[in-house]
Ligand binder design. Structure first.
Ligand code: HEM
Length: 429
């Protein structure tokens, strides 16, 4: 096979793009070279391989020949070795003990609490009068609350944790692009910021662990927490869902008819009691809302880049990979394949069993997302209650924009015009 390779003369521009606009840079590569491309980064070549055969091979069939790659290894400077960044035996142990806490059946038991948080979050967002405010802060708080509830711990104070995770992610991306070759003594301020961020995260993790230690009833799954695992979860477990919901608000704010349809769907559904079975019935009735969440995840997958580092020489869909090379899958680009009019925001595509394209917002294989059930439940309930109670409209000239870090989050602070819905919903106010 003739392998496409980015010419070395283009490397400086590409590296600059990876630093300044990672999402677009990787998306352009994947789109321009659908059969794959090698970026000859000095010392560690990077292969962008988005074809279905390559994705299945790397993430599922030959998963044991790879460890976590670009970004994750570099993030260890800030995140340590938690479930997100670790490999081998210790990862397997962490995954084995966390898994039961996040199983769909267990998450369902927490559905009434998650529903209450959703209603509270939406009520707080509504405020007493129509207003023009960002939603991302409310969503981050809501998703962190849900995560804490499921793990049976109090929610950490959000602002410093968010800021610290930002520092850790920026540091990781800097290390990726520079191949971690800039000695830390040459960037003392960045090192200092990383140390401070880690102190904040350690403190938050210790609070979580203390709460887990003191509160786990006999019937719960066994203890899962150590410091690095908690920090991994803080990063993986709420920002992803929060930015997914921010994108949902952005898309729905520009489609009032669709938002009205969601409100009607919620109105027509049952009002749940505190019985988890009621919530199961309610989510089953929210078919359009669920389809909106799925379509948001297709067009704006929070984990935009899935990457692996080869533990040994391999051949991926005819593409030779050397030990230590990075292989990347650009999820948003994979989500363009096999769908009719893939750029169009069209939740209906998930309501029919017609032709489906590629879809892997939660990854695949042994390292696929263990939090998918929680993410879907949180997102569906919040969106249903928000559209039932509120209208969310764009502010002229402002729109949510992507911010590619380790996950594809959103630029903070985009305001929306928020008002209570007027149609016969006085009883809900
Ligand atoms: C919309 C929300 C979410 C999306 C799109 C998402 C997506 C993903 C993806 C694609 C991966 C696999 C990455 C890879 O293969 O390298 C992943 C891993 C992970 N996710 Fe999620 N996730 C979401 C929410 C959550 C939630 C709510 C939790 C926790 C409660 C969570 C916990 C994790 C953990 C711990 C991992 C690492 C698993 C491992 O390496 O074994 N995620 N997520």
């Amino acid at each position: 096979m003739i392998r496409a390779q980015v010419p070395r003369s283009r490397l400086p521009k590409l590296l600059h793009g990876m630093l300044s606009d990672r999402g677009d840079t990787f998306a352009c590569l994947a789109r321009r070279y659908p059969a794959g491309v090698t970026v000859p980064l000095p010392g560690r070549p990077l292969h962008v391989l988005n074809g279905p055969e390559a994705v299945k091979h790397v993430l599922v069939t030959a998963a044991d020949r790879y460890e976590k790659g670009i970004g994750q290894a570099e993030a260890r400077a800030g995140l340590g070795r938690g479930i997100l960044t670790d490999d081998g035996e210790t990862w397997m142990r962490a995954r084995g003990s966390l898994g039961p806490w996040l199983r769909a059946r267990r998450i369902q038991q927490h559905a009434p609490a998650i529903h209450r948080y959703a209603v509270d979050s939406v009520t707080e967002l509504a405020g007493p009068h129509p207003r023009r405010i960002p939603v991302d802060g409310f969503l981050a708080e809501y998703t962190l609350q849900c995560l804490a509830a499921v793990l049976g711990v109090p929610a950490p104070h959000i602002a410093p944790v968010l800021a610290a995770l930002d520092v850790v992610q920026d540091d990781a991306m800097f290390r990726v692009v520079t191949q971690d070759r800039i000695p830390t003594v040459l960037r003392p301020r960045a090192e200092q910021r990383l140390r401070e961020a880690r102190t904040v995260l350690d403190r938050a993790a210790d609070e979580v662990i203390a709460a887990v230690d003191s509160g786990v009833p006999e019937s719960d799954p066994p203890l899962w927490a150590n410091r690095d695992d908690v920090i991994s979860l803080l990063l993986a477990g709420y920002e992803t869902t929060s930015s997914t919901l921010t994108w949902a608000v952005e898309e729905l704010s520009r489609r009032p008819a669709l938002a009205d349809a969601l409100a009607e769907e919620r109105d027509a559904a049952d009002d749940p009691t505190d019985d988890p079975a009621d919530l199961l019935r309610l989510t089953g009735q929210l078919r359009l809302t669920t389809a909106v969440v799925k379509e948001v995840l297709r067009l704006h997958p929070a984990v935009w880049l899935v990457s692996r580092r080869a533990l040994r020489d391999d051949v991926v869909a005819g593409w030779p990979i050397r030990t230590g090379d990075d292989v990347c899958i650009v999820v948003a680009e994979a989500h363009q394949q096999g769908w009719a009019e893939p750029d169009l925001f069209d939740p209906d595509r998930f309501l029919t069993n017609d032709h489906r394209g590629r879809y892997l917002p939660f990854g695949l294989g042994p390292r696929g997302c263990p939090g998918a059930s929680l993410a879907h439940l949180e997102a569906t309930l919040w969106l249903a209650e928000a559209n039932r109670r509120l209208t969310l409209r764009p502010v002229l000239g402002r729109r949510t924009r992507a911010l590619a870090r380790m996950s594809m989050t959103t630029m903070p602070g985009t305001p929306y015009l928020i008002a209570r819905r007027t149609v016969a919903r006085a009883a809900l106010a």
